[in-house]
Design a binder for this molecule. Sequence first.
Ligand code: FES
Length: 164
Amino acid sequence: PHRRRITLTVNGRPEDVEITDGELLVDVLRHRLRLTGTHAGCYNGDCGACTVRVGGTIAKSCLLLAASVDGAAITTLEGFSGTEGLSELQQALWERDAFQCGFCIAGHVFALDDMLTRTPDPTESDVRDALIGNLCRCTGYVNLVEAVLDIAERRRELGAAEAG
Ligand code: FES
């Protein structure tokens, strides 16, 4: 197969990687860069386990040819909260024991974070809508939803305290 080099910025680090033409971003992240927080479940765009952020947009990395994101800034689950410990979302998920086997974490974390950025005070149906396209094979959706509703409630309390 034809080989080429691409450059990526992954979790803030410049990477220069040799890939084959048809190689998928999920495989480059997992096998070439050893970032195994990005999982490969279905290779079909259905499960969400391979979700990353490409620039400012979340994307399923099994649907992207690595060559097509040459030059892009990518954030994987490993880089999700930067260097400052758990984010507000991760903390809330932790407190609710929101994950069982953990295979689906990347998709749920990125999808929920994306929704919380756009909708800071989500309703239950906002949260459930955000989870469409991410499969949990342990069927543990309830605690994921509760965790995000905890955040919404805390934000409302904080807003009320600041206002009053
Ligand atoms: Fe990409 Fe399932 S592996 S959506």
